[in-house]
Design a protein around this ligand. Structure first.
Ligand SMILES: *[C@@H]1O[C@H](CO)[C@@H](O)[C@H](O)[C@H]1NC(C)=O
Ligand SMILES: *[C@@H]1O[C@H](CO)[C@@H](O)[C@H](O)[C@H]1NC(C)=O
Ligand SMILES: *[C@@H]1O[C@H](CO)[C@@H](O)[C@H](O)[C@H]1NC(C)=O
Ligand SMILES: *[C@@H]1O[C@H](CO)[C@@H](O)[C@H](O)[C@H]1NC(C)=O
Ligand SMILES: *[C@@H]1O[C@H](CO)[C@@H](O)[C@H](O)[C@H]1NC(C)=O
Length: 424
């Protein structure tokens, strides 16, 4: 999320060589840094001369179907790391990620995807400038929404999971983009690469966050920025205020079966991950190589006595350090992965938790949600090869004539599917 639009089109500020084909003739980055708008991408370029910085100015490659605002993939001279900017919010993030997956110039099978962007932060978990590495991202916008002035008796929020009749009924009509879970062991390994002493702070942020010290539960928000493990929510709507933050925190709890902890807001994470699941199903990417990093530019709710609009407008003092910390975390992680490639990262960091979507499309048993589609086996697309198996899946057949598996029945029982059908 950004606060102001800095430039109309940021496409042509550099003119460098096209990315040279390497290895099998394709661009085969070890790390793909994903950013979402101009300032998040540009910080990697403006830091290029800093000691220890990866220099993404060396090469560029035009990605067909990328955002017209950000058409170039930029890579280091050796091609080990690349940087992409998707455009903001869910539609653009999904479309650009699909563009990368579909680009025949790229070989992304061993690539680590590191999402680095700024977002809002919950003051009971994180402070301005904080770096949060997630295990889950939850699409809280996937809801029935009724205006607060028309709330039913007993309702304390107008957000209700689709296909249900109560804010606390977890699963009704499932679209399969509600929750994505990533590799917690990878997250832990990448966290160790970020030096907490290098996390940027500022006097302006310190002054602002001091306002939160009057609430004991907001002690994390009143403290200097740190590195955290907690989860992001994805929503096109830039929500603000304690009531919506509490509603969405509750949804994270519900939809992750109590495992996730809401701490940052984002407009893209689930959209990128939804595309990456499809990439994994086509064996183009390894979904166990995905990390979500959000840095906190502003608080999701005001301090006592402050209006929501005052916090929204005047609470942006964390923006410069959040942008700085996008680079601090992303550059450190990319260097760490490349530096330990042979001994650790080429083979991959095995996930000990479930990774994937709500339905278990990639195999395994989701530790949240209403159940898996395919009994713990990965979905096999018609005509696709089973990863690491080499044969066509029994369920699909080598000829690829069988249809994809049917989605699971609604957890909420009869009526939910009808509700979905009539809802839009
Ligand atoms: C960074 O280095 C390049 C050449 O290596 C130089 O042309 C450029 O002016 C430098 N930029 C900054 C901001 O120092
Ligand atoms: C933002 O802060 C300024 C300076 O304190 C104040 O005049 C203004 O009303 C604030 N904006 C909002 C929306 O509260
Ligand atoms: C990593 O392995 C490759 C291929 O075996 C080798 O060429 C390269 O020198 C190794 N890199 C390091 C840093 O050991
Ligand atoms: C959710 O948590 C409960 C309580 O720990 C557990 O019994 C249940 O199996 C979990 N659901 C899933 C899908 O793992
Ligand atoms: C390979 O795929 C087939 C079809 O899905 C399955 O029956 C078999 O168990 C798989 N073998 C391995 C080693 O995963």
């Amino acid at each position: 999320m950004r606060f102001i639009r800095q430039s109309a089109l940021a496409v042509a500020y550099l003119c460098v060589a096209a990315v040279a084909a390497i290895g099998n003739g394709k661009i085969k980055p070890k790390v793909m840094i994903i950013t979402f708008f101009d300032s998040e991408g540009e910080i990697y370029l403006t830091k290029s001369n800093t000691t220890g910085a990866l220099d993404f100015r060396a090469q560029q490659h035009r990605v067909p179907f990328a955002s017209p605002e950000f058409p170039y993939l930029r890579c280091t001279a050796d091609g080990a790391a690349c940087l992409m900017t998707t455009g903001e919010a869910e539609i653009q993030a999904a479309a650009t990620t699909m563009a990368l997956l579909a680009d025949p110039a790229l070989d992304l099978r061993e690539t680590y995807w590191v999402l680095t962007g700024i977002g809002g932060g919950a003051p009971d978990r994180v402070s301005l400038g904080a770096v949060a590495l997630a295990r889950f991202t939850v699409q809280v916008g996937m809801s029935y929404e009724m205006d607060a002035r028309e709330l039913l008796p007993g309702f304390d929020t107008g957000y209700v999971p689709q296909g249900t009749e109560s804010p606390d009924a977890a699963w009704g009509s499932v679209y399969n983009s509600e929750v994505f879970e990533v590799n917690a062991a990878l997250r832990d390994a990448l966290t160790a690469m970020i030096d907490p002493a290098r996390v940027a702070d500022s006097a302006a942020a310190a002054t602002y966050r001091a306002n939160y010290a009057q609430v004991p539960a907001f002690a994390p928000g009143a403290a200097p920025p740190a590195v955290h493990h907690c989860d992001s929510v994805t929503s096109d709507t830039w929500f603000t205020g304690a009531l919506l933050a509490e509603t969405h925190a509750r949804r994270v709890d519900l939809w992750t079966n109590g495992t996730g902890t809401y701490c940052t807001t984002a407009q893209e994470d689930g959209a990128v991950l939804g595309a990456l699941v499809r990439g994994a199903l086509e064996s183009r990417v390894d979904f166990a190589r995905v990390a979500i990093v959000r840095t906190v530019s502003d608080f999701d709710r005001p301090y006592p006595g402050q209006s929501v609009m005052d916090n929204l407008i005047n609470g942006t003092v964390g923006y410069p350090i959040a942008i700085e910390n996008v680079w601090v975390s992303g550059n450190s992680i990319a260097r760490g992965i490349i530096g330990a490639w042979n001994e650790t990262f080429k083979a991959g960091v095995p996930a000990t938790n479930y990774v994937g979507d709500v339905w278990g499309s990639l195999g395994g048993t989701p530790d949240f949600g209403p159940g898996r589609v395919s009994g713990g086996e990965p979905v096999v697309l018609p005509g696709a090869k089973v990863k690491g198996n080499g044969t066509g899946g029994a369920s699909a057949g080598v000829s690829g004539e069988a249809p994809p598996p049917a989605p699971p029945t609604d957890a909420a029982g009869a009526g939910a599917e009808a509700a979905k059908g009539s809802g839009k």
